[in-house]
Design a protein around this ligand. Structure first.
Ligand code: KIV
Ligand code: NA
Length: 265
């Protein structure tokens, strides 16, 4: 059982095998997710909302991300561990490289993810030049929630859709090896999955992506509030955590998830 790398994910895309991704913040779940066949464990800064109880991801610090990355990386034997660069930790290429050094060093992650398009192209180049694998993130950018005025769907108007497509191509050219597309119309995500050579992982982006990601707590019903409409509780109907996670993986692999109900546009 070899470790999953960016090259392995690229090969999956080429073979049209869908990639199952979940967020993960601790060692116990890392083991469960891996046992269920999840290829990528995303230590997302969503932990600021899910674990820390904040309204946004903005208060998450690099120390927090390093701590949770280390918890997950310690347990992960095979899955690719990706850690989010938190709010403003990548405001310059130099700061981003310092932050990535901690996430890959102390944190044991094997790829970093950062939000945004044009403004981060030089940073993506800088990181990849120094050997840091990068996952890009376009569409809804939760770290920009105050500028956006809320967690809203992106790319419904053609100007935004065109900008997202141009950003995606530029990020790929800059060296990004993976792209997360959050809350964009399914047609846009499908087009980008076809046009880009790198795998596109969707969340609230329809089922014609190369893979899917969801927040772990949402799929096991560990949410007091109503989970987002694009998500699904896989615990109801399965009854145990391992079965719920396995059901998610199976539904992603078969293309059954997301279905009509979880697709917004
Ligand atoms: O932080 C996170 O969980 C994420 C995913 C929702 C893509 O960035
Ligand atoms: Na995130």
């Amino acid at each position: 059982n070899e470790r999953i790398t960016a090259a392995a994910l690229l090969a999956m895309k080429q073979r049209q095998q869908r990639i199952a991704v979940l967020t993960c913040y601790d060692a116990s779940f890392a083991q469960l997710l891996e046992a269920a066949g999840v290829e990528v464990l995303l230590v997302g800064d969503s932990l600021g909302m899910v674990l820390q109880g904040h309204d946004t991801t903005l208060p998450v610090t690099l120390d927090h991300m390093v701590y949770h990355s280390a918890c997950v990386s310690r347990a992960a034997q095979r899955a690719l561990v990706i850690a989010d660069l938190p709010f403003l930790s990548f405001a310059t290429p130099e700061r981003a490289l310092d932050a990535a050094a901690r996430l890959l060093g102390e944190g044991g992650a094997r790829m970093v993810k950062l939000e945004g398009g044009g403004r981060v192209i030089a940073t993506v180049e800088h990181l990849t030049n120094f050997g840091v694998p990068v996952c890009a993130h376009l569409g809804l950018l939760p770290q920009s929630v105050h500028r956006l005025g809320g967690f809203r769907y992106q790319g419904k108007d053609s100007a935004t859709a065109i900008r997202i497509e141009q950003d995606a191509l530029a990020l790929q050219a800059a060296g990004a090896q993976l792209l997360v597309l959050e809350c964009v119309p399914a047609v846009l995500a499908a087009t980008l999955s076809e046009r880009l050579t790198i795998p596109v992982i969707g969340i609230g982006a329809g089922n014609r992506c190369d893979g899917q990601v969801l927040v772990l707590y949402d799929i096991v019903g560990a949410t007091a509030q109503r989970p987002p409409r694009f998500s699904k509780n896989f615990l109801t109907g399965t009854g145990t955590l391992p079965a719920a996670i396995a059901a998610y993986v199976a539904a992603v692999k078969s293309g059954e998830f997301p279905g009509r109900e979880q697709t917004l546009a």
